[in-house]
Design a protein around this ligand. Structure first.
Ligand code: NAP
Length: 641
């Protein structure tokens, strides 16, 4: 047995999330006494997980935990116990600091995966299924987070597949976005695959190079690169009615090629086609100009007069990074962002925490569970609209107004010494209306610097030398940086997709993409989307959780094809339509669905086509397995005839 470093243990106990460690200790000692009333956490929303337990009790916990851990190591690190369902529920409630509702138990249990198994593991075990898997050929489009995940699951199921990606490497959004300060804003210990924990995240919210390394590491560990064709983009896919296959035309560095696939799974993300603003004269600007997702690293910003257009998630991250080197920075803001106070946003994970994740069995699972629970539904009520709300348009319910007051106060405090900024940085739209950001104060600190101007007049024109605003002011710049976001609602753009009867998917959608559970669309058999319409989340969960649920369901669809001997499946139109009616009603009852809010969550028709309005558990349950009754299953015409 490795010698236990007592210094490391003391440091680890200081850094521990005590409720998660208590649950791990239950399994190490087989004793439930760790779930003591006096050690039960009471969390404050938006805190980093401080338990509210008095320091004297925390010290008592550390002392007892130390003795138990030393004893466990002294005994040679024996296997830990697996709690029975009742004990597990108690442990979950303890770590959550709340009674876990009955209908959440199986969902959270599955996410926790204490025994190592989860409903998301493909089970293609029978000889018949194995045989069917070998006969399938699946095309996956995209080698980012969800494409790699799909590759892993298809491999585990024994299904033949290939992945194409337009880029020269894996990583998707984490490969493309290299702007200064780019980092994840879901805690990394949940923004990682449930089955691929990383015990060495350097920060709670790590930077883009670290994320890219993680996804590259996963691609290597699962030997996926041999299945990926890089610099290969899908031009067109046409459904072949006779053979029930997709004929796909791809552009490769060597020219155009054809791929024939039984099924196509798109894993192309929602946010990767940069959107430049439709401003008169944009192309006339003579200085350097680039979009945040296509950062021109060869443009040295040192000593330059720089304009930034947009104040969304990207600008919020890169402005504080570049402000120190430019001569002047002019930020053009149309609408201010909401930022949730998050003091540890840029902080390192303490070394002691990494030690626990690595050495204490199940601590990683329980810590992840705690983080997961904190964003499961915790903030959802604060962004839900109350149809009876009689207040003004700055909120959508009493809870939303309270939430607003709390976050607005945090913003106001940051503007101290600059009263001119207060009205500019506190949004007038309801909190949750647009993507809320994580705020550790660096944004407003940057705006307060003497070389920074925050302009809220609308941009009317871009000229050869700069930008003119509605008040007639012309400002000259050396560089314009567009932090203006993406063509989010153009799902699957610019691929041409022709389904049954030659119907074009984009014509069918007519600017208003819809799908059943975000994944399937009538008339387009065997086309499965990950992160498709209405599967974005705003204040709850991590998108990796969503992708894992979607991939489980899609593999379930492939299994249904294998089990029934059908060659094609598509959702029944009435099922698809009923689902969309339900989703639209749900979104109307959320802050982002409020009529006074405009954002990339709404498409050109004004419908919220991006977001999932319900709880995580609802998506988890809906995607456990496809219901055969929801689908039209058919044989290939040539085979049926
Ligand atoms: P975004 O959130 O869509 O922000 C675009 C910004 O550009 C908005 O402030 C928008 O103002 C502004 N804008 C657009 N046209 C304009 C014009 N003509 N004049 C002035 N301002 C204009 O884009 P993003 O910041 O790239 O972020 C997109 C999404 O990517 C995020 O919401 C998030 O989901 C994801 N993202 C995540 C992270 C992360 O996790 N760390 C980081 C970056 C991005 P309006 O608000 O008025 O439209």
């Amino acid at each position: 047995m490795a010698k236990l470093d007592l210094g490391a243990l003391d440091q680890a106990l200081e850094a521990a999330h005590q409720p998660a460690l208590a649950a791990a200790l239950v399994q190490m000692t087989g004793d439930l006494h760790w779930l003591r009333k006096e050690w039960t956490p009471t969390y404050t929303p938006l805190s980093r997980g401080e338990t509210g337990v008095p320091e004297a009790e925390q010290a008592k916990f550390r002392a007892e935990a130390k003795a138990a851990i030393l004893d466990w190591f002294a005994k040679g690190a024996p296997p830990t116990t697996t709690p029975d369902p009742a004990a597990l529920r108690r442990m979950m409630s303890f770590v959550a600091g709340a009674d876990i509702p009955e209908n959440y138990a199986d969902f959270l249990n599955d996410e926790l995966a204490i025994g190592g198994q989860s409903s998301k593991d493909p089970q293609w075990t029978t000889p018949g299924l194995k045989d069917a898997a070998r006969r399938m050929h699946v095309l996956v489009i995209g080698a980012g987070m969800s494409g790699l995940l799909t590759g892993i699951r298809l491999t585990q199921a024994g299904i033949d597949f290939e992945i194409v990606d337009k880029n020269a490497d894996v990583g998707g959004t984490w490969l493309e976005n290299t702007y200064p300060g780019c980092r994840v804003d879901s805690s990394n210990h949940i923004y990682s695959y449930s089955f691929e924990p990383n015990h060495n995240w350097p920060q709670h919210f790590s930077t883009q190079p670290v994320l890219l390394d993680y996804f590259r590491g996963v691609a290597n560990r699962y030997d996926l690169r041999k299945k990926i064709r890089f610099e290969t983009s899908v031009e067109e896919m046409v459904w072949d009615e006779g053979r029930a296959v997709w004929n796909v035309t791809v552009n490769t560095p060597a020219g155009s090629e054809k791929i024939v696939a039984n099924s196509v799974i798109t894993a192309v993300g929602q946010l990767n086609r940069p959107r430049l603003p439709d401003v008169k004269g944009r192309e006339r600007f003579k200085g350097a100009a680039f979009h945040s997702a296509q950062w021109a690293h060869d443009v040295d910003l040192t000593g330059k007069r720089v304009a930034v257009i947009g104040t969304g998630a990207s600008a919020f991250q890169f402005v504080p990074e570049i402000v120190g080197k430019v001569a002047s920075l002019t930020v053009f803001q149309r609408t201010p962002p909401w930022g949730f106070p998050t003091a540890h946003y840029h902080e390192d994970v303490p070394a002691g925490m990494n030690w626990l994740l690595e050495h204490i069995p199940n601590y990683d699972k329980w810590y992840r569970f705690f983080l997961f629970w904190m964003v499961t539904d915790g903030l959802l009520d604060g962004v839900r609209a109350d149809p009876a709300w009689a207040g003004d348009e700055t909120a959508v319910s009493a809870a939303n107004a309270m939430f607003r007051a709390m976050v607005a106060e945090a913003l106001r405090m940051q503007t101290e010494g600059r009263p001119d900024l207060v009205d500019k940085v506190i949004p007038t739209y309801p909190i949750g209306g647009k993507r809320a950001l994580l705020d550790n104060g660096v944004w407003i600190a940057a705006l307060k610097r003497p070389n920074v101007e925050l302009v809220t007049d609308a941009i009317t024109e871009i000229t050869e030398s700069g930008i003119i605003t509605a008040d007639g002011t012309a400002r000259d710049f050396d560089v314009i940086i567009y932090g203006t976001g993406f063509h989010a609602s153009r799902f699957l753009y610019p691929m041409k997709i022709k389904g049954r009867g030659g119907a074009d998917l984009h014509d069918t959608w007519d600017g208003d993409a819809r799908a059943y559970l975000g994944m399937t669309t009538p008339g387009f058999p065997n086309l499965f989307m990950i992160y498709g319409p209405n599967t974005n989340i705003v204040v709850n969960g991590s998108i990796i959780f969503f992708s894992e649920c979607s991939v489980r369901y899609i593999l379930g669809c492939l299994k249904l094809l294998a089990e029934t001997g059908a060659n094609a499946m598509e959702p029944k139109a009435e099922v698809h339509d009923a689902f969309n009616i339900q989703v639209d009603a749900g979104n109307r009852l959320m802050a982002w669905g409020a009529p006074q809010v405009s954002s990339w969550y709404k498409n050109e028709k004004g419908r919220v086509s991006q977001n999932w309005p319900f709880a995580l558990v609802d998506y988890w349950r809906a995607t456990l397995a496809p219901d055969p009754q929801d689908f039209v299953l058919s044989k290939a015409r040539e085979m049926a005839g």
